[in-house]
Design a protein around this ligand. Structure first.
Ligand SMILES: [Zn+2]
Ligand SMILES: [Zn+2]
Length: 434
C-alpha cells in the first residue's frame, strides 16, 4: 500500500490523503481550510478523476468540505462512505458552505445540485462492521463529535488506522475513542502535540467556565460564548443544562443561536449514537436534556428580546468570522458588566484571535467598536491533548509506523516515539509506503 498526502499535514485544515494498492484506491477525508480565504487540498485533476472511494471521518468541513468540489470536477462520481450522524451533520455544514461560496466567489465551483447528489449517494455504515470500499474498511468510534469515526483499512494482511480527529475523554454526550486497536501503521491527528499542550481535565475547565459565568450573571451582565456549530456547542449546552438543574450554575435563560440549533436537532435525532448515560436518561425519564426548559431561541432579527434579563448566549461563529455572534458582540461590547468567553481554537487573522491577543479597538465590517466588556479564554477542547495522544499511540497493538498529521507541532511528539516506532511527519504531496 502507498499513501499520498494532499492536505492536512503540518496544518489543521483540508485533511485529505489517498491510499492506493494495485488497482484499488480510497481517499481518507476530503476537507477544506477555512480562513480569510478557502484553501483546497493540492490534488491534481488526473488523480482526482481516478478516485473510486472516499471515507469521511466526520462532518467538520476541514474533513468533508472538498466533497462537492470533487463531484463538480470528476466525471466519475466516487462512492462516499460515512456514519449516519456524519451524513446528517454534513447536510447542515455543506449547506452553510454553499452559502459562503455564493457570497465569496463570483463563479462558485459547485452548486446545490452537487451537494444534493453527493448527500444522496453517501453509503451509510455502522461502527464496528467491515464494509468494502476498494479495501476492507471498518469505522471505529473516535469520540470527537457525534458520528466521528476512526477508519481502519485492511489490505493483504496489513492494517492501517486513520484516527481522524479524536478525543479520549468521556463527555456528557460521547464515549472516548476506541483504544488498543491492532494496526501496523497509524495516521494520527496531532492538533495538541506541542510540549505545552497538556490541557486541564474536562471537569476542571467546565467548573472554571461555570464559575466565570456565575460572576457575570450575579453582577447583572450578559455572557457571550461564540462556538463552532457542531460538537463543542452541544457539549457546552448539555453541561450548562446539567449545572443549572443541579443549582451550581445561577438560573438564567440560555439562548441558542445560529446553526447550533439545527445541529442540536440532528444530535437529538441520532441520540442512539451518543453515550449510554444520555440514552438512559432520555429513555427512562421525561426529561430530555436537548429540549431543556432553560434553552431559548431569540425571536427578533435584531435579538433585542434576548436582553431583558441577564442571560447566557451560545452562538456561531466560533472564531467571530461572521454569524449572529457579531450582532451580540456589537450590542454587548460597551458594557463592562458583560463578558465574552472564548472556548475554541482561534486561527491567525480572525477577529477572535485579535480579541484574544488583547486588542480593544476592533473592526466589525465598516464600523470600529471599542471593547469595554470582559474577555476570558477557557479552552474546552474536542481533541486529545499531548499526553492522551501518546497514550493512544502507545496503546495501539502491533504498531510499527506512525504518521503525525492534522497539526503544526507533530515534530514535538516525534522524540517521544522515535525509539519505538518509525515516525513520519509528512509534508504536502509526499508519498510513503506502508
Ligand atoms: Zn473535527
Ligand atoms: Zn479536524
Amino acid at each position: 500500500m502507498k499513501i499520498t498526502f494532499y492536505g492536512g499535514v503540518g496544518e489543521v485544515g483540508r485533511s485529505c490523503a489517498l491510499l492506493e494498492s494495485n488497482e484499488k484506491n480510497l481517499l481518507l477525508d476530503a476537507g477544506i481550510k477555512l480562513g480569510e480565504k478557502v484553501e483546497y487540498p493540492l490534488i491534481p485533476d488526473d488523480v482526482l478523476e481516478g478516485i473510486s472511494n472516499i471515507a469521511v471521518s466526520h462532518a467538520h468541513l476541514d474533513h468533508s468540505g472538498f466533497l462537492p468540489h470533487i463531484y463538480a470536477r470528476s466525471p466519475l462520481r466516487p462512492e462516499i462512505f460515512a456514519t449516519k450522524p456524519t451524513r446528517d451533520l454534513m447536510g447542515v455544514l455543506l449547506a452553510d458552505y454553499l452559502k459562503i461560496q455564493k457570497i465569496r466567489e463570483q463563479t462558485p465551483e459547485f452548486g446545490e445540485s452537487e451537494v444534493n447528489e453527493l448527500m444522496q449517494k453517501i453509503k451509510l455504515q455502522e461502527f464496528g462492521k467491515q464494509f468494502s470500499a476498494g479495501f476492507g474498511v471498518t469505522f471505529l468510534n473516535a469520540g470527537h463529535i457525534l458520528g466521528s469515526a476512526m477508519t481502519l483499512v485492511e489490505d493483504d494482511g496489513k492494517k492501517v488506522l486513520y484516527s481522524g480527529d479524536i478525543s479520549m475523554r468521556n463527555t456528557r454526550i460521547l464515549e472516548g475513542a476506541q483504544r488498543n486497536v491492532h494496526a501496523d501503521a497509524l495516521m494520527v491527528e496531532s492538533t495538541y502535540a506541542g510540549k505545552e499542550d497538556v490541557l486541564p481535565s474536562a471537569r476542571e475547565s467546565m467548573l472554571r467556565f461555570v464559575t466565570s459565568i456565575n460572576e457575570t450573571l450575579r453582577e447583572g451582565g450578559f455572557v457571550l460564548v461564540p462556538s463552532f456549530a457542531v460538537g463543542r456547542a452541544q457539549e457546552i449546552l448539555l453541561a450548562l443544562e446539567d449545572y443549572m438543574r443541579s443549582g451550581v450554575l445561577t438560573k438564567a435563560p440560555i439562548y441558542i443561536d445560529g446553526m447550533i440549533l439545527k445541529a442540536m436537532r440532528i444530535y437529538r435525532q441520532n441520540v442512539i449514537y451518543a453515550s449510554e448515560s444520555i440514552k438512559m436518561r432520555i429513555l427512562t425519564s421525561d426529561d430530555d436534556p436537548f429540549k431543556s426548559k432553560f434553552f431559548h431561541v431569540p425571536r427578533t432579527r435584531n435579538r433585542e428580546d434576548v436582553f431583558k434579563e441577564p442571560a447566557i448566549i451560545i452562538t456561531t461563529s466560533g472564531m467571530l468570522l461572521g454569524g449572529p455572534a457579531l450582532i451580540y458582540l456589537e450590542r454587548m461590547c460597551s458594557d463592562p458588566k458583560n463578558k465574552l468567553i472564548i472556548v475554541g481554537y482561534q486561527a491567525q487573522g480572525t477577529l477572535g484571535r485579535k480579541i484574544l491577543e488583547g486588542e480593544k479597538k476592533v473592526r466589525l465590517g465598516d464600523r470600529e467598536i471599542q471593547l469595554e466588556m470582559k474577555v476570558e479564554s477557557i479552552r474546552i477542547s474536542g481533541h486529545a491533548d499531548r499526553n492522551e495522544l501518546l497514550h493512544f499511540i502507545k496503546g495501539t497493538r502491533g504498531l510499527k509506523k506512525v504518521f503525525l498529521v492534522h497539526g503544526e507541532k507533530g515534530g514535538e511528539l516525534r522524540e517521544d516515539l522515535e525509539k519505538d516506532y518509525e515516525v513520519v511527519v509528512p509534508r504536502l504531496l509526499e508519498e510513503h509506503d506502508i
